[in-house]
Design a protein around this ligand. Structure first.
Ligand code: GDP
Ligand code: GDP
Length: 490
């Protein structure tokens, strides 16, 4: 009896230590009312689920996403309940199928649910057919739900399982989303699949960690935060950015409320928008300065790799300075925390044809330099989110900043470079020249360099500034906060 069956074997992978980003994704599929939501709720227990909708012409569909736990397994679970399968939605068939397909394509596994009490329905067959066509790379696990009262009717269960075989997805696992019956059976099936998947991913990750190259690291998903005061146009900009890939709009459940994220694709690259929750919920917005400080707290900035700080062109045209106090604070914090920063000056359409247009462009560019003297060349993009203008430029700058932020330079290359560059520097006192034994990049994201010194002499601040400036120029890594430090070796 599966009811009493305990989970005996443990997974060889410690899923609790796996970063949420790389967990496998399982989507729950099936016709309406088979119990997808019930199973979803069981998986995520009392953890938070986030609902997001995918507006599409007239209908709004919800997708829920959460982090699921099944004994010691952990995975990302998607409930497609709101995205009724193609078969069930006559007139919007094409588009729905496409959207569902997009969501399914992000999953590695699907649990295909049927209802044991209804028996196999034509719609189940259609869902099965649909999956075969649209989810070729997704491993499908068939589950027969609502089996709790049939636990003692073995004959009936066997007959139902035989019928379910017709779907072509093998033997179904008998479960009850409501009572938890059969979770051990589900675990047995999922464990090897998730372990195999996870060990493959982790192996790739180890490879990356051991052989960090610029290219590989910059392929990791980019986490972008769009920040700014209320009403500068963040939501409008977000919608413009997401134009290409609307289906993926929506906060994604992390482990805490703080980690609400929106995932989207830009030119084949996965981008996570972090900390949008604060301003996506309009109700939270007009609460004045406190909401500003919450959503742009230091902690929240730390989650992002690149921060896009949105300014309002019209406000700038009226004010004496381009950046107000709060904006300066955010920008400085971003730099202090070693994040990439991109300025966006939005609502440029409102200045079109006025003499302020050029003035604002010039003023912002200059002021950005004075406010953040330690980071030269921070990109500034001028947009009209309302007209959808500048979104490609924004994303290019964001991606470019991210790539620079991920840059890795080999020690050999750096030392050759250092020899040359040191001769360029006008040392204050030739006799007091510090001896740099070697110069190396100790980490990326952001690039951090260490000069290892021997002897008594140390690099002065001016020397460090010179090295930093030269690195930026020679390796084209302007606009991001790079760090140069010194250590003494015996
Ligand atoms: P969805 O449309 O596939 O998401 O289905 P729901 O999760 O909303 O479930 C549809 C109905 O089936 C609800 O009334 C649930 O309470 C019920 N249901 C779900 N799972 C079970 C189960 O394991 N046993 C029984 N008896 N009912 C269930
Ligand atoms: P948020 O509070 O930063 O998310 O700002 P919203 O995106 O909600 O925008 C606030 C207001 O500014 C709305 O009325 C938008 O229509 C308007 N808006 C946003 N972007 C632009 C733009 O590029 N040009 C103009 N003229 N208005 C804009």
């Amino acid at each position: 009896k599966s009811k009493t069956k305990r989970i005996s074997k443990k997974s060889s992978i410690d899923f609790s230590k796996v970063e949420v980003d790389v967990l496998p994704t399982i989507i729950l599929v099936g016709r309406p009312n088979v119990g997808k939501s019930a199973l979803f709720n069981r998986f995520i227990q009392r953890r938070e689920a986030l609902v997001y909708n995918t507006p599409d012409d007239h209908v709004t569909r919800d997708i829920r996403e959460g982090i699921a736990k099944l004994s010691d397994l952990r995975f990302r679970v998607l409930d497609s309940a709101g995205l009724e399968m193609a078969a069930s939605s006559g007139s919007i068939l094409g588009r729905t199928a496409e959207m569902t397909g997009n969501v399914i394509a992000r999953s590695q596994f699907a649990i295909f649910l049927i209802d044991v009490r209804d028996g196999l329905q034509p719609m189940d067959l259609e869902v099965g057919k649909w999956l075969r066509k649209h989810a070729p790379g997704v491993k499908i696990i068939l589950a027969m739900n609502k089996c709790e009262s049939l636990d003692d009717h073995t004959g009936y269960l066997i007959a139902a399982a035989g019928e379910a075989h017709k779907l072509g997805y093998g033997d179904p696992i008998a479960i009850s989303a409501e009572t938890g019956l059969g979770m051990a059976g589900l675990y047995e099936v999922l464990r090897p699949l998730l372990e195999e998947y996870m060990s493959r991913i982790l192996k790739d990750k180890v490879k990356e960690d051991n052989n960090p190259s610029e290219v590989e690291e910059s392929k990791l998903p980019l986490q972008l935060a769009i920040v700014g005061r209320p009403n500068v146009g963040k939501s409008t900009l977000l919608n413009a950015l997401l134009q290409e890939d609307r289906v993926l709009v929506g906060p994604e459940a992390g482990l805490t409320r703080d980690s609400v994220r929106v995932r989207f694709q830009f030119q084949g690259r996965t981008i996570y928008l972090v900390d949008t929750a604060g301003w996506l919920q309009k109700s939270n917005q007009d609460k004045g300065p406190s909401s500003l400080s919450i959503m742009q707290s230091r902690k929240s900035l730390m989650r992002a790799h690149v921060i896009a700080l949105v300014l309002d062109a019209q406000e700038i045209s009226k004010a004496r300075s381009s950046l107000n106090h709060a904006e300066v604070v955010i920008a400085r914090r971003a730099v202090e925390e070693g994040r990439g920063l991109v300025f966006i000056v939005n609502k440029m359409d409102l200045l079109r044809g006025s003499k302020m247009y050029e003035k604002v462009i010039k003023a912002v560019q200059e002021e950005v330099q004075t406010v953040l003297p330690q980071v030269t060349g921070i990109p500034v993009v001028f947009t009209s989110a309302l007209e959808g203008k500048g979104r490609i430029a924004v994303m290019r700058q964001v991606v470019d900043t991210y790539e620079k932020w991920c840059l890795r330079l080999s020690t050999a290359r750096l030392n050759r470079w250092l020899m040359k560059v040191m001769s360029r520097h006008s040392w204050k006192d030739q006799a007091a020249l510090p001896k740099i034994k070697y110069f190396t990049q100790v980490k990326a994201r952001p690039p951090t360099f260490v000069a290892f010194l021997t002897g008594k002499r140390r690099l002065l601040d001016t020397d460090i500034r010179f090295i930093t400036k030269s690195l930026k120029e020679d390796f084209d890594i302007g606009g991001i906060p790079i760090r140069v430090m010194q250590r003494v070796v015996p």
